[in-house]
Design a protein. Structure first.
Length: 78
């Protein structure tokens, strides 16, 4: 993630978050940017897959769809 992405996220969220939540989001994004610049956020392939599936779960995908995502990605990736 870069500063441009963080700014985009901050611009999109005010209609969903109150002021204190926006402040926490900004702090979290800033911390994430610092960590990614330092190389701390390097993840292994299984960790990235878990993050991807968690995101899809939050988007409302069914467990069957998530299973198919995992199955196909693992077949290609690992």
């Amino acid at each position: 993630m870069n500063q441009e992405t963080a700014n985009y996220i901050m611009q999109r969220m005010p209609k969903y978050l109150d002021n204190s939540q926006m402040i926490k989001l900004k702090d979290t994004l800033d911390e994430s940017l610092r960590q990614s610049e330092d190389g701390i956020l390097e993840k292994s392939s299984p960790e990235l897959l878990d993050i991807f599936l968690a995101t899809k779960r939050l988007e409302g995908r069914s467990e069957k769809t998530l299973f198919l995502y995992r199955f196909n990605i693992e077949k290609i990736w690992f």
